[in-house]
Design a binder for this molecule. Structure first.
Ligand SMILES: O=c1ccn([C@@H]2O[C@H](COP(=O)(O)O)[C@@H](O)[C@H]2O)c(=O)[nH]1
Length: 469
């Protein structure tokens, strides 16, 4: 092991300095195991050590590497030990079979996941979710290096036992013993690892608090109403009714009304908009008890947005229960668009801030979302929640996270930049309270049955997240 640690250091697969990790943490150590493919003897050694962990732990039908670094390692294990391998794609192709898992298997077979480095365990879990969807059992994962920052615990909560060849402590001890790093560096690394041990996937307490408790922290009546509806209807489904006819939206709303808690529209794509018809939709919302969200994504100076919200042909403030707004122009826009403190719409309509977009290459990165969330706190009397693809490290339990880009099919997105994930992933891994489903439902041949499937999957995931943190 000492020898392997030194070899990894010598080929610069272990680096010291200041590195920003996927989680946003700045780490004094970085493992770049992609380099191993260029050193066949090291690759062979690593594959051998991983296989030892494997055969110690379970009877293996199949192995599957987490893309991409672990793929050559898994291939070598497979060939050397004659154990069949499955190939996981990161994204489904938009043509052909659209499979995320390639290879030959039977449901019920067990599969060991192979990974190079585990920090929080998210990548292993993503692979396990795809395998389990096909009926393949996943109870073990093997990894070259466990950074010991919560990955083992997170995976164990999902029924996966993680075995590792190395821990960071062992690598540091080997490198210090062989004078590759001095004591000061070794101590700095170990302090970082010890100081960041809590399971990162559980950082945000909002995710595991009961809906009843969260309702009691709400500052906005529309947020309280939404929690009431979720509890009463056992639903966290919002349907994006992106149709161009308001008559068709009304027909859709009448059929799926009992399954949903929010119906989201884009008023400016409707070809037959009239105030009379939108009031009919409002009546359906009242009868079936769901909220009406106008996804206008306001983003201008307060003076303009105020007129867009209250005036024009749409008179959004007269019928919308929820509206979306980009935080980009700053908190003044959010507070002033509703009018002065006596304006009714401050209490009858809740503002949902778009902190992160679901699209590829969106500029709404982690820093933007973090800063933007502060506007929400400043304008807390009108803000009911946010649109996002991840749970901020900390937010307010009375806010609701809406996550769009949810689609149960294996398609990873559309051809125009939209990106999709499943209801379970949106809720369990990304922190969604409300899942927003558009084409995955409105294009289906049986919208009522599809609404029920999304309702039950979304609700099951939310219940699981709250009861099994
Ligand atoms: O980041 C965002 C913000 C909003 N949306 C909206 O959600 C739906 C998604 O529709 P799909 O058919 O499920 O792709 C749509 O109304 C968007 O305007 C989003 O997708 N991403």
């Amino acid at each position: 092991m000492d020898e392997l640690a030194v070899k990894l250091f010598d080929i610069q697969a272990v680096k010291f300095g200041s590195f920003t990790l996927k989680s946003g943490q700045v780490s004094p150590i970085y493992f770049d195991f992609r380099l191993i493919v260029s050193y066949p003897a090291i690759l062979e050694k690593v594959a051998g050590l991983l296989w030892k962990k494997c055969s110690n732990n379970a009877t293996v039908d199949l192995i599957c590497g987490v893309p991409y670094t672990a793929l050559p390692i898994a291939t070598l294990i497979s060939v050397t030990n004659r154990v069949p391998m499955l190939l996981r794609r990161k994204e489904a192709k938009e043509y052909g079979t659209k499979k995320l898992i390639e290879g030959d298997f039977r449901p019920g077979m067990n599969c060991i996941i192979v990974e190079d480095v585990v920090t929080t365990g998210t990548s292993v879990l993503e692979t396990a979710i795809e395998l389990r969807k096909l009926g393949i059992q996943v109870t073990h994962a093997i990894v070259l290096l466990d950074r010991r920052q919560g990955g083992k615990e997170n995976l164990s909560k999902h029924g996966i036992e993680l075995s590792s060849v190395f821990h960071v402590e062992e690598i540091m001890a080997s490198l210090e013993k062989q004078s590759k790093v001095d004591h000061k560096v070794a101590e700095e690394v170990m302090n970082f690892i010890r100081g960041n041990r809590q399971p990162i996937l559980n950082r945000n307490p909002r995710l595991h608090v009961s809906l009843e408790e969260r309702r009691s922290s709400c500052k906005h009546p529309i947020a309280s109403r939404l929690f009431d509806l979720m509890l009463a209807k056992k639903s966290n489904l919002c349907v994006a009714a992106d149709l161009t006819s308001l008559d068709d939206v009304i027909t859709l709303a009448e059929s799926i009304g009992p399954k949903i808690v929010v119906l989201k529209i884009h008023v400016d794509i409707l070809e037959d908009f009239s105030l009379t018809k939108i009031m009919q939709l409002k009546e359906v919302a009242r009868a079936h008890e769901f909220l009406l969200m106008e996804d206008r994504k306001f983003a201008d100076i307060a003076n303009t947005v105020q007129q867009q919200f209250h005036g024009g042909v749409y008179r959004i403030s007269e019928w919308a229960d929820l509206i979306t707004a980009h935080p980009l122009p700053g908190p003044e826009m959010i507070t002033h668009m509703f009018g002065d403190s006596s304006s009714d719409s401050r209490r009858t309509c809740g503002c949902v801030l778009v902190l992160e977009m679901s699209t590829k290459n969106a500029l709404t990165n982690e820093d933007y979302a973090k800063e933007a969330a502060k506007w929400g706190l400043i304008a807390s009397d009108v803000v009911t929640g946010f649109v996002g693809q991840s749970a901020p490290q900390s937010d307010f339990p009375g806010w609701v996270q809406f996550t769009p880009g949810v689609n149960s099919s294996s398609v990873s997105g559309d051809s125009k930049g939209q990106q999709y994930c499943s209801p379970a992933k949106a809720v369990l891994e990304r922190g969604a309270d409300i899942i927003i489903v558009g084409r995955g439902l409105i294009k289906s041949p049986d919208v009522v049955a599809t609404a029920e499937t999304y309702r039950s999957e979304g609700w099951a995931a939310l219940t699981q997240r709250i009861t099994n943190p």
